[in-house]
Design a protein around this ligand. Structure first.
Ligand SMILES: *Cc1c(COP(=O)(O)O)cnc(C)c1O
Length: 393
């Protein structure tokens, strides 16, 4: 990898593996070695690698039109907005190119809405400690992890961080300057932290009482990942703004910010924009992805069943290795296993045996396979983890 080191900036802690090809749950490296992919592009490849519906739709679109700018309408962008609106609590969609851009759009819209409807000094957004909202400056400032801010200060003013899953801390943080609360329904990068069942409901109630917008960052939890199209559906609430990206394009870069009509109305012409946002290729891929996710419910049903199955398999491991495994948590196919050791070597040992898994927060093994994963693939992962944990006793 001398050329990689010579030419690429050193921003990622990467595996030495060079991946070249993928189909469904499988990927192959440049030497032809096969892997089962339980990383799934960090919750991006929801339909598996190179899903034929996405690939064929892209091929057709590539021959028709690649780009025209947002000075004109294009059919797939309208179709995607309709699909997302008809299958969510939101009324309008704005398209961008990534998760951090969806968050930026949400922050701008929340501030603009407050300016339009309240006083000019209401601009503060409360987010959670341990949260992850992206790497651009507003999203980074919103992110509740000091280690990611380090070296880039000063952060953008107007963000306050409170402990996740603590309604009293949130209540106490609201001031006359607060305009919104932004949360991940389940913290992904923060170690797959699932809040208590009624936390988000209490947050929604607080927002209603204090006239605050509720922004849910569903960049990781959305698009079927938790067994429902959006994670908020598990919590019996409706957010005012939803941020999407990752799984939305089934492997193609696209982000979206959805909002209720009354909120969306604060983005008037010229208020926000993106050259590539909602471009023909990205929206075509996303239309194919959302249609596949919704088609007869098979994929999300599989996600729920396989999520339970993986959770049960990991639970057995916890019984066998109680001193190594602290906790298993998650929803659908977003599952974290907190262990007492640093997990980097486990990730490497899994890769050696042909299984790609992820580690977040240093000691949480994270599993985000494509939602099409099969029971026998989970069985083989559990066998390999069992083996590896056995050598660590
Ligand atoms: C990944 C992620 C982001 C950032 O998305 P990018 O596409 O990398 O900019 C934002 N929020 C959450 C919850 C994420 O998981």
């Amino acid at each position: 990898m001398t050329e990689a080191n010579k030419y690429l900036m050193n921003t990622y802690k990467r595996s030495h593996i060079v991946l070249r090809k993928g189909r469904g749950m499988k990927v192959w490296d440049a030497d032809g070695k096969e892997y089962l992919d339980f990383v799934g592009g960090v919750a991006v490849n929801c339909l598996g690698h190179c899903h034929p519906k996405v690939v064929i739709a892209l091929q057709k679109q590539a021959q028709r039109l690649l780009h025209v700018s947002n000075l004109f309408y294009i059919e797939p962008q309208i179709k995607l907005a309709k699909l997302l609106v008809e299958n969510s609590c939101a009324d309008k969609a704005f398209f961008c190119n990534s998760g951090t851009e969806a968050v930026e759009a949400a922050i701008k819209l929340a501030r603009k809405y407050a300016k339009d409807h309240t006083t000019p000094d209401r601009y503060e957004i409360i987010t959670a400690e341990g949260s992850f909202h992206g790497r651009t400056f507003a999203a980074l400032s919103a992110t509740g992890q000091e280690k990611l801010h380090k070296g880039f200060e000063p952060m953008l003013p107007g963000f306050k961080h409170v402990p996740f899953n603590d309604i009293d801390a949130l209540k106490n943080a609201v001031t006359k300057h607060t305009c919104a609360v932004m949360l991940e329904p389940i913290q992904g990068e923060g170690g797959v932290k699932v809040p208590e069942k009624n936390y988000l409901k209490q947050v929604r109630q607080l927002c209603d009482e204090r006239g605050l917008l509720l922004i849910l960052d569903e960049v990781q939890t959305g698009m079927g990942r938790t067994g429902k199209l959006f994670a908020y559906e598990h919590f019996d609430i409706e957010p005012d703004i939803i941020c999407l990206a990752k799984g939305l394009g089934g492997g193609v870069a696209i982000g979206a910010m959805l909002a209720k009509d009354k909120v969306a109305a604060s983005f008037q012409q010229g208020a926000h924009g993106s050259t590539f946002g909602g471009n023909p290729l990205a929206t075509t891929a996303a239309v194919a992805t959302v249609e596949a996710l919704l088609e007869d419910g098979f994929i999300m049903d599989n996600c729920r069943r396989m999520g339970d199955y993986l959770m049960a398999g990991l639970g057995k491991l916890k019984e066998d290795f109680p001193s190594l495994i602290v906790e298993i948590r998650g929803s659908g196919l977003l599952i974290g296993m907190e262990i007492t050791k640093n997990c980097a070597s486990i990730v490497d040992m899994c890769a050696e045996r042909g299984f790609l898994i992820n580690c977040t927060c240093g000691n949480v093994l994270r599993f985000m396979p494509p939602l099409i994963v099969a029971a026998k693939e989970i069985d083989s992962l559990i066998d390999v983890l069992d083996d590896i944990f056995g050598t660590m006793q």
